[in-house]
Ligand binder design. Structure first.
Ligand SMILES: [Zn+2]
Length: 658
């Protein structure tokens, strides 16, 4: 019986098509769980034989062997973890619910295995003999063991396992509650959550905007069965306890210990230096908007004495933008048809890095909206397979992201296995069959493709450090850097064609777009920085916190007052719908976008100084950064590329906040 089942399960076979592409046309929902169980069994056996190897531990027979283990699990998780975000049928979510406790336990079994750790420790003790990439892989793995509590007593380890299991379930619960709240929002307001900003920008009815704002900003905080307040407290209580078990005063310090920023104090100081100039600018923006509101009051459209409220921001800032920059989104959009914008992102990369991108047919995609491409180097060798999944679908998570179906690595036979990467988003208005994009959405396409380039251009040996497998506060450098090319006149002339006339975007419009890029940055920076500080405040709670009497709303209010937030702005995510930090990998990490921005703005200023398409600088960026992945310490790479430390003020300059 078992053999027959294995033979039919596509995850348990070699994917022998040309690119080792996942056979989505053959995968059935019932294939996942058996494949996960088999994958766990296989990797457990592999780990057993590494640990039982009679030879003295060395890099290859211990860490190198571990890097090559778990192939089946990688395949099935690569598919499953992608689809739950982008094509999440209820059956798939159910599979994840069942799989998560199994994979969590499996990870704990590996990283709490003391005999395995002894071997890794022996390799690490002799790290001077390793290549630089091996050193980074060994360091990462060694830390992973320590951070998983391998050195704890048996009793503490048992507690840690219990905590990990509970945390995995709680995070999922947070996410599911939020999905339900998003559905309720759509029912009440009539638009999906992903359309909230565009609705708030265009809806002239102030009462409707207020209603939408209140529904949006109270998600997970409605006292119903989807309320996330208790879930948040349970998560934070356990995270804090886990950090304490490992010897850290708060979970932020535990999480940050292996990041670029390293500790909570460094992040707090960093954010406080941004918040001041951001709020000062936001206050000016409120004044600019009030002028337009006063006109509406005079015209009898808004009641007398009204002041700008959080639900007015999007609407009146658009008015200011039109007046100040004479820029109307409707005037721009015809030049930004999705397929053209995508081609523009391709063109920019081709010009900078000498690569070549072309469509590839015949691959069995998971949804008909997915398009497939081949990315090739200048010498014609394959760099990887690229999927785009850009359009809104009801069962797609909001936002945009890049992930791998397969990581790059060199296999046991010395073959360079190239990555399979997807960019996912919900771009264009749901009712627009032409898929015309806003300026923000154009930046999103370039942003996610920047992550993809980091994945494609990587030339590593070990998958644990290849591509985007770098510290979280380093990874956004590459995506945010890539956004810079979207509105360069030399690149616009290759893609920004009017969908009706074919005419290239006029210079006057290009100038207006570039002038307006620093518009509203007081607001944008403030809401981002506020969410980052709120995230830090949660993760800086200490074990002596009185969890039973902690009031989530009061805690958040105190945090906002403390950072000097003005009442016209709320954090970009409030606690009860802050999925990044309670159900994703960005806990004590939302600051990463701003942290990376110092690097990407500084790097781009260097390009500006040396010539935007200077081939030597682009080559150095590719060789130093994009090829290295996590094979070297981020700051060492940065100094190699730039010849200097990044200038912190580059962020404020780039956002026009100086
Ligand atoms: Zn990103």
């Amino acid at each position: 019986m078992a053999v027959t089942a294995c033979n039919r399960n596509p995850f348990l076979k070699e994917w022998n098509n040309p690119y080792g592409f996942p056979p989505f046309d053959k995968i059935k929902t019932s294939d996942y769980l058996p494949a996960i169980k088999e994958g766990i069994r296989q990797q457990s056996e592999e780990v057993k034989s590494i640990v039982g190897n009679p030879a003295a531990p060395d890099f290859n027979n211990t860490i190198g062997a571990y890097e090559l283990s778990g192939k089946t699990l990688d395949k099935v998780e690569g598919v499953l973890l992608n689809l739950v975000e982008s094509d999440a049928a209820p059956e798939i979510l159910k599979v994840l619910d069942e799989a998560t406790p199994l994979t969590t336990e499996h990870e704990d079994n590996i990283f709490m295995n003391k005999a395995f750790f002894e071997r890794v420790k022996a390799v690490w003790a002799d790290s001077a003999s390793l290549s630089r990439e091996q050193y980074m892989v060994a360091k990462k793995l060694y830390n992973k063991f320590v951070r998983n509590g391998v050195a704890l007593s048996d009793a503490d380890q048992a507690r840690m396992r219990d905590i990990n299991k509970k945390l995995a379930a709680l995070s999922q619960r947070f996410g599911n509650n939020l999905l339900n709240e998003n559905v309720a929002f759509q029912k009440e307001i009539g638009i999906p959550v992903s359309s909230y900003p565009s609705f708030m920008t265009t809806c002239a009815d102030r009462a409707k905007r207020e209603k939408a704002f209140k529904a949006y900003s109270s998600r997970g905080d409605n006292g119903n069965e989807n309320d996330n307040k208790k879930v948040v407290l349970d998560i934070m209580r356990l995270r804090t306890e886990k950090a304490a078990l490992l010897g850290y005063g708060c979970s932020a310090d535990f999480i940050l210990a292996d990041k670029m920023a390293h500790d909570s104090k460094t992040v707090d100081v960093f954010l406080s230096k941004i918040m001041g100039p951001a709020i000062a600018k936001a206050k000016e923006e409120v004044k600019d908007m009030q002028v337009f509101m006063d006109k509406d009051i005079a015209a009898g459209k808004v009641e007398a004495g009204a002041k700008i409220e959080p639900w007015d921001w999007f609407y009146y800032s658009e008015m200011v933008r039109k007046a100040k920059y004479d820029l109307d989104e409707n005037e721009i959009k015809p030049y930004f048809k999705l397929t053209n914008v995508r081609n523009g992102a391709f063109k920019a990369a081709e010009r900078l890095y000498g690569i070549h991108i072309e469509p590839v047919g015949g691959l069995p995609v998971y949804n008909p909206e997915v398009k497939t491409f081949k990315i090739m180097d200048a010498d014609g060798s394959l760099l990887g397979i690229f999927l785009t999944d850009y359009l809104p679908r009801p069962i797609k998570r909001g936002g945009a992201w890049m992930t791998n179906f397969r990581e790059q690595y060199v296999d046991a036979d010395g073959k360079d296995v190239r990555p399979i990467i997807v960019n996912v988003g919900s771009l264009g208005a749901p009712d627009d069959s032409l898929h015309l994009l806003t300026v923000d959405e154009v930046q999103t396409v370039f942003h996610e493709f920047g992550h993809a380039l980091h994945g494609f251009l990587t030339k590593c040996h070990y998958k644990d450090v290849s591509g985007t497998n770098v510290a979280r506060d380093f990874v956004e450098l590459f995506s945010q850097f890539n956004e810079n090319w979207a509105f360069q006149p030399e690149i616009l002339s290759t893609y920004a064609f009017n969908y009706k006339t074919g005419a290239v975007i006029p210079d006057s419009l290009v100038a207006k777009i570039n002038k307006s890029l620093t518009f509203n940055q007081g607001f944008a920076t403030t809401e981002l920085c506020a969410a980052s500080i709120l995230d830090m405040k949660w993760h800086e709670l200490t074990p002596d916190t009185d969890w039973d009497h902690l009031d989530v709303e009061a805690f958040e209010k105190k945090a906002c007052d403390g950072m000097g937030l003005i009442e016209e702005i709320i954090p970009r995510y409030r606690t009860t719908y802050f999925n990044h930090i309670f159900n994703s990998d960005y806990s004590a990490g939302y600051y990463s976008y701003l942290w990376s921005e110092v690097l990407d703005r500084d790097a781009f200023e260097y390009f500006q100084k040396m010539g935007l398409f200077n081939p030597e600088v682009a080559k150095s960026f590719r060789k130093t950064f994009l090829e290295k992945g996590g094979g070297e310490e981020p700051m060492i790479l940065y100094r190699q590329f730039r010849g200097a430390d990044p200038d912190p003020a580059a962020l404020l300059r780039g956002r026009g906040l100086e």
